[in-house]
Design a protein around this ligand. Structure first.
Ligand SMILES: [Mn+2]
Length: 318
């Protein structure tokens, strides 16, 4: 079984590096820290390379140990978490490529299986949830710190248990309450508290919001200039895509934000029947049925038209 092979590789490795996708979210950071704690409990030497992360995650245990880079040239084992496509690790993927063994753990159905070993559970609403069963199988003792990191990933990726949560999600939530994990703090810090810059960016995004296709599609964007003007930091655009999705009659929300050298990151959210993963794949990205993304170059107007072409195909077949 894959899990036995994974445990064998972990046991063999002396040096381990953990990597995740760019613009790391709560699931990326949470799963990385949880795996670090778990492997350290097995006596491993573990580096997590996450050069930048949103300030709102500063409450997470172990976050002070994240590294920007490493001196180790060749790790025994590299683990990629929450990262569907290895191109996303760009800039830091040298640690992945040079490692003696490469392991991919993820929950994206669109994962391209770029590891020597791939463990993908597309039913899990967060990569963090994939870890729960894995740690149990390995006999790793769940600590309060580990559980806090895992829960942060689950709460952020499910929008506070609203999307794709499974029975296992709630079973785990009940289990970790007994460990004394402060779920309220996770909700408050990782989900509810918005930075002032996020608020200012949201205002601009709302002002620009357009409703298309008889109100079924909401579209908006923010530019690098907007982010500069409000002194935005990484992650300050988080959640803006949901503003459109939460409006009456809207089935798909499209939100663009500019990313240096890459054009715009397109974030897509759907409510019921549109499969945004499909749309993202057509645009060179990926994701889940109701939450997906891709990068595109061009003006917001040009990108909007491209996305609309794909959305219309699905609206027509409804
Ligand atoms: Mn995730």
């Amino acid at each position: 079984m894959t899990l036995d092979t994974i445990l064998e590789e972990i046991k063999k490795a002396e040096t381990v590096v953990i990597l995740t996708h760019e613009l790391p979210d709560g699931d990326a950071v949470g799963s990385s820290l949880a795996v670090k704690f778990a492997l350290e409990s097995l006596g491993k030497n573990v580096d997590v390379i996450i050069p930048e992360y949103p300030k709102s995650f500063e409450f997470m245990p172990g976050i002070e140990h994240l590294k920007k880079a490493s001196d180790i040239e060749r790790y025994d084992l590299a683990i990629s978490l929450d990262c569907a496509d290895y191109r996303i690790l760009k800039g830091y993927n040298k640690y992945f490529e040079t490692a003696k063994m490469r392991l991919v753990i993820d929950h994206h159905g669109s994962n391209v299986m770029y590891g020597d070993i791939n463990f993908i559970d597309p039913v899990a609403p967060a990569c963090c949830q994939v870890l729960i069963g894995m740690f149990k199988y390995f006999g790793i003792n769940l600590t309060k710190d580990m559980a806090t990191c895992i829960m942060t990933g689950i709460i952020t990726d499910t929008g506070g248990f609203a999307y794709n949560a499974t029975t296992e999600t709630f079973e785990f939530a009940s289990e970790i309450l007994r460990l004394g994990v402060n779920i309220t703090e996770i909700f408050t810090k990782a989900l509810h508290t918005k930075t002032k810059a996020n608020f200012e960016l949201s205002k601009r995004a709302m002002d620009r919001m357009e409703f298309l296709e008889n109100g079924k599609v909401a579209f908006t964007y923010i530019t690098a200039e907007d982010e500069n003007e409000v002194n935005a930091e990484q992650g300050d655009y988080e959640g803006i895509v949901n503003i459109g999705r939460n409006i009456e009659d809207v089935e798909v929300s499209i939100f663009l934000h500019e990313v240096k050298d890459k054009g715009f990151k397109i974030s897509l959210r759907s409510l019921e029947y549109i499969d945004v993963a499909n749309i993202a794949i057509m645009l060179g990205g990926g994701g889940h049925q109701k939450a997906a993304g891709a990068y595109q170059k061009g003006t917001p107007e040009q990108i909007k038209e491209k996305v609309l072409i794909e959305i219309r195909k699905q609206l027509r077949s409804e």
